[in-house]
Design a protein around this ligand. Structure first.
Ligand code: UGA
Length: 450
């Protein structure tokens, strides 16, 4: 069993630390935010993530998981130091590496024995070399270090499961023996482990996120065409997904992708490409289509409500996706703002993200339930596909609304069933069912059967 220090107690750091502790390692999570550490020491988690609280509690009680703000304490016996700090977008879309640099320097200055540095933060290609240089400058001359890149692929909302049952682990380093030592930490998970060079490992992370974002933008473009031509994108995606070369995942059309990863990573990859003289035409289109998905939703609401000024709109879901309270780059928040910009009165409900959303939204009534949000509404928009919204009492919802209009931004309902319940239903690429009557394409006369 190994002694591991994790720098950064955010989503990635905390989940990774708790999972390594659960596998029997001695883990110390370090964060420079003393309030966060004080909370964690009392069992208070800074994020909502299914299963994490129990995992942290169990391993902290077992003495395998500790929290500190002190580098010397965290590194005292560590064999591995994972860097898992934020790399937010800079002003030009580039990844801001200041937290990584600060963490690297602090580890370098505090380490007193040989250490393997494992970089988990999503960092521009070449950062492994930057980190190596920082260590070379600041480390004591009698200790050795090795830098290994180990990009993280966990998703918010299923982070613990993703961490314990990964599709693969990617490791990249200049020293194969160091990468192999990191691989031993993952062996109990019995998943494919790919060992490659530093830059390739860093690129695998960006290419994976950019590809997933591309799939979503692709299906959103297909959905827009379906809206015009009367096909149903859900069925189209189902029909495509059975092809083994395509697969079924990440083909759900809707309001588009958001969160703390896809937007910043696609921007950063595009920025890297442009800086190095490659025209990132596809990546730019992927971002543009994603913005269009939100604007198209506003357009649909405008069309079905014959204008948005003073229309009351209930937005259901504010987090960037279900099972998280994260509202960073949330399509739902942007939609609410776009609607307000056109004079709409926005009411909203989210099962867990209302508090975080409240800090970003002005003049939005944050309600205690979907029914309360729908009271007096001219339309309800499903902006995030929480399971709760799939099980609403739709008759009750319709009764409290001023007009029975549902704009289903995540395609959670069946169009025919919604029409049968008396709703005007507008989905994303749901064929003729989805198009409001005034924008329905002209129906051709069927020739009489002889
Ligand atoms: C994403 C990746 O899936 C993870 O593998 C990666 O580790 C993580 O970024 C990261 O780089 O840290 P995450 O941001 O948690 O994970 O969210 P996803 O589940 O990938 O969803 C991203 C966005 O795409 C959400 O807004 C979601 O609603 C949207 N989405 C997803 C769709 O619109 N359609 C789909 O079919 C799937």
């Amino acid at each position: 069993m190994a002694d591991i220090c994790i720098v950064g107690a955010g989503h990635v750091g905390l989940v990774t630390g708790a999972c390594f502790a659960d596998l029997g390692n001695e883990v110390t999570c370090l964060d420079v935010n003393a309030a966060k550490i004080a909370g964690l020491q009392q069992g208070k988690l800074p994020i909502y993530e299914p299963g994490l609280e129990e995992l942290v509690e169990r391993n902290a009680a077992g003495g395998r998981l500790r929290f500190t703000s002190s580098y010397p304490e965290a590194l005292e016996r560590a064999e591995f130091a994972f860097i898992a700090v934020d790399t937010p977008s800079g002003s030009e879309g580039e990844a801001d590496l200041s937290a990584v640099r600060r963490a690297a320097r602090a580890v370098a200055e505090a380490m007193t024995h040989d250490l393997i540095i494992v970089n988990k933060s999503t960092v521009p290609i070449g950062t492994g070399d930057v980190v190596s240089n920082i260590f070379a400058r600041h480390v004591r001359s009698d200790v050795r270090f090795w830098v290994v890149s180990n990009p993280e692929f966990l998703r918010e909302g299923s982070a613990v499961q993703d961490c314990l049952q990964p599709d693969r682990v990617v490791l990249g380093g200049t020293d194969r023996a160091a990468a192999e030592r990191v691989a031993t930490l993952y062996e109990p998970l019995r998943c494919p482990i790919i060992i490659t060079d530093l830059r390739t490992a860093e690129m695998i992370k960006y290419a994976s996120n950019a590809f997933l974002a591309t799939r979503i933008s692709f299906i959103n473009e297909i959905a827009a065409i379906c809206d015009q031509l009367g096909a149903d994108v859900k069925e189209v995606a189902r029909g495509m997904g059975y092809d083994k070369r395509i697969g079924p995942g990440f083909l759900e059309a809707g309001l588009g992708w958001g969160g703390s990863c896809f937007p910043k990573d696609v921007r950063a990859l595009s920025h890297m490409a442009a800086v190095h003289g490659t025209h990132p035409g596809l990546l730019r289109a992927v971002m543009e289509i994603n913005q269009d998905a939100r604007r198209r939703m506003v357009h649909k609401l405008r069309a079905v409500l014959e204008g948005l000024d003073e229309r009351v709109i209930a937005v259901l879901g504010l987090s960037f996706k279900p099972n998280t309270d994260d509202v960073r780059d949330s399509p739902a928040i942007e939609l609410a703002r776009l609607l307000q910009h056109e004079g709409a009165i926005v009411r909203a409900y989210d099962p867990v993200a209302s508090e975080n959303a409240g800090a970003l939204l002005r003049n939005v009534a944050l309600c205690a339930s979907a029914y309360e949000a729908a009271e007096g509404a001219d339309a309800v928009v499903v902006a995030t596909d929480w399971n709760e919204f799939k099980q609403l009492d739709l008759r009750r919802l319709r009764r409290v609304m001023r007009q029975p209009v549902i704009v289903d931004g995540r395609n959670v309902y069946d169009p025919a069933a919604m029409r049968a319940l008396g709703f005007v239903y507008v989905g994303v690429g749901r064929g003729n069912h989805a198009v409001p009557p005034e924008t329905r394409p002209p129906q051709r006369e069927q020739p009489a059967t002889p």
